[in-house]
Design a protein around this ligand. Structure first.
Ligand SMILES: Cc1ncc(COP(=O)(O)O)c(C=O)c1O
Ligand SMILES: [Zn+2]
Length: 416
């Protein structure tokens, strides 16, 4: 734990650590921006990364670079996820060194656990009794688990149409689920809960969106630390599925920490794989804010289905010479099955968007074959299996003899 401060990612204004608003108090309207935990260069330069690596694996081995004390963390064993080289998939793509960081190995099957462990630990340390989130599923399931672990109350506000397995997960974990008819009604309810019921909101709750609870967002920095620890250097590219850009902004921060501590000698270029393209448009237009874009279709990747990303995401891309790639529904289920069948990894639809982004960037010549690419596989494939199996016919029940079944299987294996 360090003596950090909260600063606006746009104007740099300092805010008290106990500041309970969502986003900067000064940057309002179109200029809305999140706060981020700021660690001084001196602190970062002093950071002993090698000492961290001698502690037990996971998010909390890096507590030195978190503003939340790791003395009594609310933990379920999050972080320390494997970085898996995609030998078979990358040769098809023509990239020599391509990896996926499999975040489905986290306790609730998604990367959100890195945020929840820190946010709920902070809630306990601050004497808060109720945590709450507006969620399309993963954030809610994760917060529910950590709240249960800590004995806190948890409210998850979702909207009709959310992926079924995630809703089941939230309910089984004992959160109070509020399922609203309209997505846009989630944030006013969450804001009212903060003001009237003293909930700690861990997700965005205002429009235009700024991002999630800064102390929790910091937890995602550990993704960058783990990638650097596993590779022994910085990759050339890190590709993430992006919605509001909490993870993207924190991963950029994490690599900046590593650079300041001289663990790496350059930061990777970051890529936002996004479902609707608001970041790509802001970058193209040189805009100072991210505007909502018209949705051509509802995203199959429901976890990243919002039409507008945030300033923190735009800033992270600009600072890392990054790129935004629009990934629609076309080819998404096929990409999920390619990863599963060629590499044995079954991930959520949102989580395979980086693979399609890499494909586009390789074809465009932006990613070169000799470069090292890390994709973030944010969640597991069961999470939205109701959506991803919509077009999959149910398996036929066999009624043939053993011989007939073996003949059929020989034909099936012989098929390309
Ligand atoms: C599986 C998955 N991938 C990616 C994201 C995008 O994360 P962020 O909002 O930090 O950009 C989310 C959540 O929003 C998610 O649930
Ligand atoms: Zn500001």
């Amino acid at each position: 734990m360090t003596a950090a401060t909260l600063v606006c990612v746009r104007c740099g204004a300092a805010h008290a650590m106990g500041y309970a608003g969502s986003g900067c108090a000064h940057c309002t309207g179109e200029q809305a921006a999140n706060l981020a935990v700021h660690h001084t260069d001196a602190e970062r330069a002093r950071w002993d990364f090698k000492a961290a690596l001698r502690r037990p694996a996971g998010v909390w081995r890096y507590a030195d670079m978190l503003a939340t004390s790791g003395q009594h963390p609310v933990s379920l064993g999050e972080g320390g996820t494997p970085l898996i080289q995609l030998h078979r998939l990358s040769s098809g793509l023509g990239v020599d060194h391509m990896f996926i960081k499999d975040e489905s190995r986290n306790p609730t099957n998604s990367f959100k656990d890195r945020l929840s462990t820190v946010a709920v630990t902070h809630a306990v340390q601050s004497g808060i009794d109720t945590v709450a989130t507006a969620s399309s599923g993963n954030a809610g399931a994760s917060l529910a688990a950590y709240a249960a672990r800590a004995g806190l109350r948890c409210v998850v506000i979702a909207a009709e149409g959310a992926a079924g397995p995630m809703i089941t997960q939230i309910r089984k974990l004992g959160a109070q689920l509020v399922l609203l008819k309209r997505k846009e009604d989630r944030w006013p309810l969450l804001q009212a809960g903060v003001e009237r019921e003293r909930w700690l909101a861990t997700s965005p709750r205002r429009a235009p969106v700024v991002g999630s609870l800064p102390l929790g967002v910091e937890g995602y920095k550990t993704i960058a630390y783990e990638i650097a620890a596993d590779l022994g250097h910085a990759p050339d590219w890190v590709v993430l599925p992006v919605c509001y850009g909490d993870a993207l902004s924190a991963v950029a921060q994490g690599f900046a920490d590593l650079l300041a501590a001289k663990v790496i000698d350059r930061v990777p270029r970051l890529v936002a794989a996004e479902a609707h393209g608001s970041l790509a448009e802001a970058l193209r237009g040189g805009h100072d804010a991210v505007r909502a874009v018209a949705m051509q279709e509802a995203a199959l990747a429901k976890s990243v289905g919002a039409s507008q990303s945030s300033y923190q995401a735009l800033k992270a891309l600009r600072e890392t010479d990054g790129v935004a790639v629009h990934i629609g529904n076309d080819g998404l289920v096929a990409a999920q099955e390619r990863l599963a069948r060629r590499e044995g990894l079954f991930l959520e639809l949102a989580s395979v968007m980086p693979l399609l982004a890499v494909e586009q960037l390789v074809h465009a010549g932006t990613i070169r074959p000799s470069q090292t690419v890390v994709c973030l596989g944010t969640a597991g494939g069961w999470k939205d299996s109701d959506v991803s199996t919509q077009e999959m016919p149910p398996p036929a029940v066999e009624d043939g003899t053993v011989d007939e079944i073996l003949v059929r299987l020989r034909h099936a294996y012989a098929a390309p």
